[in-house]
Ligand binder design. Structure first.
Ligand code: GDP
Ligand code: CA
Length: 336
């Protein structure tokens, strides 16, 4: 059995895992066809654990919102709105409109009616005392993503953004900066509030330690991957695993494909280039976390202490994404 751990954010992470599943011969969406049989024999051929960023999580309307976990769960479970990239397909917005008529704050966050059910179940379970990892596993019994989805941490650890605007220097939750302000306020810093005290969620440390390969999805290096590595025990686990640790660049030809990686990288003084992001992660032999770095064709630049390979890194469809995953596993020394 091959054990693979992926560190993932939302859209980039989820799309990559679709390709990884295809590369391993699994149906990209849903559980393996033979799940019942393999469960009985307890000999599932591939074991994929996706450790998902929780730095974007926030309380709104009294509900716990976990954008990246839900994007992964809905994408891999076949419930995502593929055009928007988040939330449920076939969504309606009655509750949002009703909240607006009450003038209920915040009015800037879209929570669809179908999506709301997920949030009600999650929040109720959290209030009953279940950790987020257990809540996520419970939600996944419906969505059957075919991988184990683990929140990076069960503790509250949120990304905040330090901005300067007419009100002066202040910090706000990442979601407020990203969604309410459309990432338009100049950000000088991204801070993972609570990271120092946060512990990895149950199973995260063990999955990384026992993995045959650890892959960093082409997710945002600052607010998706960076927020998980800011948790000291996660960084230690990645640094000490016997598996090879391979990253896939989210930067292609000097551009982030979508999202706000450019802004995030600028705020931490890293150039928006594949090589610069590889250097930012650093090689394990020089105190960083990577053994190998996969970059898009033409983006190759040597990074001290790690093997850099060029392959097409555009997730245009499942086949192209599966080829990326195969290249990453190959760089990890796994022939699958
Ligand atoms: P988010 O949490 O929804 O923002 O998603 P992630 O952090 O997982 O992924 C966002 C990142 O995915 C962005 O920074 C993009 O640079 C990267 N990305 C999106 N599409 C592609 C693609 O086709 N290829 C590569 N290499 N990166 C991509
Ligand atoms: Ca995210």
């Amino acid at each position: 059995m091959v054990k693979i751990v992926v560190l993932a954010g939302g859209v980039g992470g989820a799309r990559f895992v679709l390709g990884l599943k295809a590369a391993l011969g699994l149906p990209p969406i849903g559980p393996p066809a033979s799940e019942a049989a393999s469960k009985q024999a307890d000999t599932a051929e591939h074991d994929i654990t996706v450790v998902v960023n929780t730095g974007d999580d926030i309380w709104l309307h009294g509900l716990r919102i976990c954008p990246d976990l839900d994007t992964c769960m809905y994408t891999l479970g076949g419930g995502i709105d593929t055009e928007r990239g988040w939330g449920r397909a076939g969504e309606t917005w009655v509750v949002k409109a009703e909240l607006a008529r009450y003038g209920a704050d915040p009015d800037w966050f879209g929570l669809g009616d179908r999506d709301l059910a997920t949030h009600l179940v999650r929040t109720r379970m959290l209030h009953e005392g279940y950790p987020l990892s257990v809540v996520t596993a419970t939600l996944c019994t419906r969505w059957r993503p075919g991988v184990r989805l683990l929140p990076a941490t069960d503790d509250r650890c949120e990304t905040h953004v330090v901005v300067t605007d007419s009100e002066g220097l202040r910090a706000m939750h990442f979601q407020e900066w990203w969604i309410r302000h459309g990432a338009a306020l100049p950000a000088s810093e991204f801070v993972q509030v609570g990271a120092d005290e946060a512990e990895p969620a149950a199973g995260v440390r063990e999955a990384i330690a026992e993995a045959d390969a650890v892959l960093l999805a082409p997710s945002n290096p600052v607010v998706s991957i960076g927020s998980m590595l800011a948790i000291p025990a996660i960084r230690r686990a990645v640094r000490s695993t016997t598996a090879r640790v391979i990253g896939l660049s989210p930067i292609v030809g000097g551009c982030a494909m979508r999202g706000m990686a450019e802004t995030c990288l600028a705020s931490i003084g890293v150039r928006c280039e594949a090589g610069a992001v590889g250097e930012h992660y650093g090689a394990r032999v020089t105190g960083g976390i990577l053994d190998g770095w996969l970059v898009h064709t033409g983006d190759g630049a040597p990074v001290p202490g790690m093997e850099v390979r060029e392959v097409p890194l555009l997730m245009t469809d499942i086949a192209a994404t599966a080829a990326m995953a195969t290249a990453a596993l190959d760089l990890a020394g796994l022939a699958v």
